[in-house]
Design a protein. Sequence first.
Length: 243
Amino acid sequence: MTIRALVWNENVHETTQPAIREIYPDGIHGAIAQGLGELLGDEVSVRTATLADPEHGLAEEALAATDVLLWWGHVAHEDVSDEAVARVQRHVLGGMGLIVLHSGHFAKVFTRLLGATCSLAWRNDGERELVWTTAPGHPIAEGVEHPIVIDRQEMYGEHFDIPNPDDQVFISSFEGGEVFRSGVTFTRGRGRIFYFSPGDQEYPVYFHPQVRRVLANAVRWAAPVSAERRAPEVSNPARREWV
């Protein structure tokens, strides 16, 4: 069955900063979508949406037609309507996969699903990042180099205020000595969530072949196992006698 992926990007930097548009002429969403298409081929159908789209491209019909939602945001988290956030949250609880990228750690839907501030340490000096695999048997790490070497990237460091993840797939180290849990998974309701930190807008990280491999693997992993979209519900079964 074809995985229906929707790449969502606030698309503010690319439309307001020529230097960022030069790095990502088709937007960050365009670069991510291109990578998924190249690596997954007919396994996936990829659509994109941005903050400026009607209902942010996150209308009920769009989410109902999405198996995995990839999310990139940075400076416009508060501009995403609470109604759209509630829809996304409901669909994740019902089984839609969610992949949150880089500064999307502060996205309203991510902090609500995790019930945490998701705050962290950061420094943008263009340092080298090494992304080390800590769970080599995890499907998201399949075929990924150990480590992934990203020549220039914004530093994210601990403490990262998140709940204990289901799995820690990657940990990153930086030239300044910091480490960061850069690839972690969660389950909320019936939905699978993956957070992956590499991807600052000032660097061409989403063209990196190994980063693209991680995202392709994550789309496969996060895709729902059932076509039914329904959150877990309360039940009140009749009493049965067991002998």
